[in-house]
Every structure is written in C-alpha cells, then in structure tokens.
Design a protein around this ligand. Sequence first.
Ligand SMILES: [Zn+2]
Ligand SMILES: [Zn+2]
Ligand SMILES: [Zn+2]
Length: 83
Amino acid sequence: MPGYQHPCRYCGELAPADAAACPACGKVNPCGDLRCHKCRAPVKETWKACAGCGLKLETVCPKCGKTVFLGDYCACGARLGEK
Ligand SMILES: [Zn+2]
Ligand SMILES: [Zn+2]
Ligand SMILES: [Zn+2]
C-alpha cells in the first residue's frame, strides 16, 4: 500500500495526506487542516477569527464579491488570501 490517502476537499479525488497540492485539480492544501493565513494556526470554517492571532477569518472574494470564510479558495474557485 502506498502512503495514506485522503479525499481532496475540492474535487474528492484521493491525494496523499500531506500533499502540498491535489494531483487531480491542482488546488493547494487539498486535505490538510485549514490554516490561518497570518500565523498558520489551524482554523475551522465556522470560526469568525483566528484563535492564535485574532485575524478576521472573513474576506470579500475578489472574483465573486461575496463575503466568505478566509480559506485557501472561495466556493467560486478564486484563490483567497494571496497578498
Ligand atoms: Zn482535488
Ligand atoms: Zn492566526
Ligand atoms: Zn468567490
């Protein structure tokens, strides 16, 4: 058996648990914890602010204009949190 595999949170294809990007859809961090963009502490999609540094975990998507959780991607596919 190869390494432990997890379904990608974006496309559902299996990827190594520690994959930096999904081999199927190319999105970064496909199955690891969501992390704060500032302090890298693990965060949850239900949180309004990071428990580690207080960063507001809501952002306006640059593509669709919706207020969304500050994860790696918006539901519309836009990359979030890039500086
Ligand atoms: Zn994927
Ligand atoms: Zn933080
Ligand atoms: Zn969007």
